[in-house]
Design a protein around this ligand. Structure first.
Ligand code: DGL
Length: 266
């Protein structure tokens, strides 16, 4: 089916998910929305995150998408279950694919999860893991400073290393053999987190979500038939220039033009 796929995030971080979707499904047309006017979602209430997420889904539906990927972990944790029954098209979040990959990877059955305050408080990852592996021991930690450090371009900065040590150091050698990077920005810190937690398998929800999307589209008969590289449209709710500047950090290549939207019918 030749309609585009919608992908949205609270801001720029969801480009890490878009990047994996580009790799897995290069010929699909993609529409990305980054809600840069209202980022961060990670410190907001479930009601607010759900309201914002619904506005973006409505916008994407108006654009004629065939499926929506909720690239934001916080939105996947706090809003997805409420939103899913409201739409007739498939909505895929990042929690279930990430949880499944962690369950597949763990041998010690002790799994760590890091994310925003909202994601960790919701226990969404813990529930998704225990549904698949009831005896799993799941420990979670909110790492709120990682998001601004990544946006600042400090993925390899000494300060970021110290912050990572404070957040994660206590998990070194204590039985956790798998860690879910449960936030859009954390794949950018993968190398550094691996140095703080050597030997721990890092699960990148972004990559797992792209694989799950491919399987979901195939199952529903929605895979695109085109052979050419798909088209891309990028929307932000504030300052398109910021998305252009920071995109390469998340996406690995330059963006095309970025359009501004107030999420109305434009
Ligand atoms: N995109 C958010 C997430 O994956 C991180 C940034 C925010 O707090 O909005 O949870």
């Amino acid at each position: 089916m030749d309609a585009p796929i919608g992908v949205f995030d609270s801001g720029l971080g969801g480009l890490t998910v878009l990047r994996e979707i580009e790799d897995a499904l290069p010929s699909e047309d993609l529409i990305y929305v980054g809600d840069t006017a209202r980022v961060p979602y990670g410190i907001k209430s479930p009601e607010t995150v759900t309201r914002y997420s619904k506005e973006i889904c409505d916008f994407l539906v108006q654009k004629g998408v065939k499926a929506i990927v909720v690239a934001c972990n916080t939105s996947s944790a706090l809003a997805l279950e409420t939103l899913r029954p409201m739409y007739s098209l498939p909505l895929l979040g990042v929690l279930e694919p990430g949880a499944q990959a962690a369950v597949d990877a763990t041998k010690s059955q002790a799994i760590g999860v890091i994310g925003t305050e909202g994601t960790i408080k919701s226990q969404g990852y813990a529930h998704a893991i225990r549904q698949r592996l009831p005896q799993a021991k799941v420990v979670g930690r909110a790492c709120p400073l990682f998001v601004p450090l990544v946006e600042e371009g400090w993925a390899r900065h000494e300060v970021t290393r110290q912050v990572a040590e404070i957040y994660l150091g206590e998990w070194r050698g204590n039985g956790i053999d798998t860690l879910i990077l449960g936030c859009t920005h954390y794949p950018v810190l993968r190398g550094l987190i691996q140095e703080v937690l050597p030997g721990v398998t890092l699960v990148d929800s972004a990559r797992e979500t792209a694989k799950a999307l491919q399987a979901l589209l195939a199952e529903k008969g929605l895979l695109g038939k085109g052979e050419k590289r798909g088209t891309r449209r990028f929307f932000t709710t504030d300052a398109p220039q910021k998305l252009t500047e920071l995109a390469a950090r998340f996406l690995g290549h330059e963006l095309g033009p970025v359009e501004m939207t107030n999420l109305g019918a434009d």
